[in-house]
Design a protein around this ligand. Structure first.
Ligand code: AMP
Ligand code: ZN
Ligand code: FE
Ligand code: FE
Length: 282
């Protein structure tokens, strides 16, 4: 069994529709795949139907944007939660709407120096999708400012850029509690990804663990080796599940499906812990 538990479709900032992500996963030789769009579960239906038709196991998921009181960005994967849970729904709706005004403010700042308008950015976002910096990157690519998304993120769109604006996102420990309340299984995504900004300290890990964190995504290209060693110790001390995944974004990122995978016993455990919704088997 080859299992990849972290992918994005154009329901957020991936470049392919949910069904196309499933087809790509099948073509990459995967047996089970999770769709984990940012702050949205709108792709679950299409992905489940496509996966069933190709004999692929589908794991419904989501990547919840969070922010600590110190302003550190945390991504939290949620597996198998009830997509209609009112508390969790309200929280992600709040983040999604904050993302829109934040993107508008970033575009206002960018427009002072680059040929880019709010309309140009909206053209890059699929209807109803969760907007993010990658869509702004796509508009910069379309305008000929940069050759690729990655080039845009190398300086213009980093968290240290003068064009950067933060957006509202829930506290990570509170999000862990909400995901549990919705019957989901919370896994800390790429926890030591220092390349994308500051990472959390021991205190935040412990707050999240006390709130009910179930696992750590250790095998992810953005976690440096030293960070993985720290995470493995943390996982064994606190009996946390360990996952590995690609964080595939279609052509929007170099990450390839199945570049890191998760042990079948871990997926089985995730299925046992969840009460919100079920793994979709062919
Ligand atoms: P945002 O959620 O708007 O803050 O944007 C963060 C998103 O941008 C994450 O989902 C990342 O996967 C994506 N991202 C970060 N760095 C890059 C990069 N170098 N190339 C493409 N996408 C990136
Ligand atoms: Zn993304
Ligand atoms: Fe992430
Ligand atoms: Fe992701």
């Amino acid at each position: 069994m080859r299992i990849d538990l972290h992918t994005h479709s154009n329901v957020s900032d991936g470049t392919e529709a949910p069904g196309a992500v499933m087809a790509a996963a099948r073509a990459a030789g995967l047996d089970a795949v999770a769709l984990t769009d940012h702050d949205s579960t709108a792709g679950w239906g299409e992905a489940a139907e496509a996966a069933r038709g190709m004999g692929l196991v589908f794991v419904p998921g989501m990547e919840v944007s969070c922010r600590t009181v110190d302003g550190i960005s945390v991504h939290l994967l949620s597996y198998l939660h009830d997509p209609a849970h009112p508390g969790l729904l309200a929280e992600i709706a709040k983040s999604r709407s904050a993302r829109v005004s934040r993107a508008e403010r970033m575009v206002e700042r960018l427009a002072e120096d680059y040929p880019i308008s709010w309309e140009d950015v909206q053209e890059q976002v699929a209807p109803g999708a969760t907007i993010g910096r990658p869509h702004i990157a796509d508009a910069l690519v379309a305008a000929g400012v940069v050759p690729t998304r990655s080039a845009a993120f190398a300086n213009i769109l980093t968290g240290r850029s003068r064009y950067f604006v933060a957006h509202y996102a829930p506290d990570p420990a509170e999000a862990v509690e909400l995901i549990r309340a919705a019957g989901g299984v919370p896994v800390f995504a790429h926890p030591e990804a220092s390349g994308r900004g500051r990472v959390v300290g021991e205190k935040t890990y412990h707050e999240m663990i006390d709130a009910g964190l179930a696992g750590l995504e250790i095998d992810h290209r953005d976690n440096p080796e030293a960070g993985r060693t720290y995470l493995r110790r943390l996982a064994s001390e606190h009996s946390l599940l360990v996952t590995g995944s690609s964080d595939y974004h279609g052509t929007g990122k170099p990450n390839t499906l199945g570049e890191f995978t998760t042990d079948p016993a871990v997926l089985e455990k995730i299925g046992e812990l969840a009460t919100g919704t079920r793994i979709v088997t062919p």
